[in-house]
Design a protein around this ligand. Sequence first.
Ligand code: 5AD
Ligand code: SF4
Length: 483
Amino acid sequence: MQEGTLLAGLPRIDAGADARGPRRLFVKSYGCQMNVYDSQRMADALAREGFVAADQPDDADVIILNTCHIREKAAEKVYSELGRLRKLKDGAATAGRRVMVAVAGCVAQAEGEEIIRRAPVVDLVVGPQSYHRLPDLLARAELGGGVVDTEFPAEDKFTVLPPASRAAIRARGVTAFVTVQEGCDKFCTFCVVPYTRGAEVSRPVVQIVEEVSRLADAGVREVTLIGQNVNAYHGAGPDGRPWTLARLMTRVAEIPGIARLRYTTSHPRDMLDDLIAAHRDLPQLMPFLHLPVQSGSDRILAAMNRRHTRADYLRLVERLRRAQPALALSSDFIVGFPGEGDQDFRDTVGLVEEVGFAGAFSFKYSPRPGTPAATMESQAPEPLKVERLAVLQAAIDRRQAAFNAGCLGRTFDVLMEKPGRRPVQLVGRSPYLQAVQALAPPQMIGQVVPVTIVEVGSNSLFGVVNEASGRTRPEPLAAVPGA
Ligand code: 5AD
Ligand code: SF4
């Protein structure tokens, strides 16, 4: 989860440039990686209209909040931000400058017109399926009165949205997200996604290959294929038949320049045999898998409509580890789901130990209007949720610390991403997404280099570039405590 991600990739001009110069855009992204990707695509669409990036909202002519609706707190943040923007907009108006405010993303989709009623500062509400209409919608919003578009249009936004320019891709760095699938048909009883993002839709293989090829041409070395339920991918292949995610990744791995692949987020029910085999057979696929389980209790998993049991999940983990012994896992958990008893919760904490997750996100259950769980009886009181979250998070933190400690002395392939804080220092990522700092020259950015870990910090690993080793896969994790 990323909160408040700002946007890179638009051309920049000085804050002091002529007021009649290009219009400036500021996008703030909340929530998941899908939103980060969407924010970039919206920026690409407006770059075509001559927009440049503003460094902060105060300098912008158009401000877009790309919002998240997954938990109540996430949605509330949007309204407090809109309060701040009202002052900013009023201030600009007094100085004779018009500022447009747009709300995009899942809050836009879920609340529509209600947003403008509650926050009249908003000029435009645009749902995730209408981003390709953004230039037109903004032009309409400029006429006043507030514009709302939360349709699920017939046309495919991905065929209409312009691709990122080479300069924008380079500014975003050597790793990139690519949405391959949107929406969800699973209907977990706690989740708003099937309502805000709609039914599962997969992009065609050719479209994805084209997009990744452009990214690779401009220097991207690692691509994360993303979707709300990414492993349910079933896009049309060039042969006209539906392709699985594993088949898609095998094709994407052939694109020159692509050194690493990842995918997220997956549902345990859709871990098909060929996807498990890809963890064994596809060297570009990183041995790190985010596989949300949500709970370790069968009773709660059933109430959540997860359609898998604790034993199913454990069996799946065992199969994945058999296919790829170096695999590390992360997960999502919800505590305080309606009806969760002490034993259910103990089962969840026990699962953290049993699987030995390398990391995980944990959340207090947040009732979402319109979802079945919101009206279930025996909603848990807030203090119980707070207490359980602390206990679970401590268990997760212990496993994560053990996992990181087990990396000491090991040699990983690290993709160097950007300069570090000190001179001649670069920061990259291990196969397990850990930040790794090492002394290395700037020309190593974009290269995958073997790094031996010499120190484990709380937020990152420190390593020494090991020119002699030619390893391309990490060693199996058998020696890592708790793996
Ligand atoms: N309350 C708390 N957490 C939730 N998540 C999804 N919906 C809710 C909710 N209503 C969590 C799940 C999911 C992650 C993205 O957010 O753990 O995997
Ligand atoms: Fe938030 Fe979920 Fe929408 Fe992503 S898909 S923005 S996490 S509600």
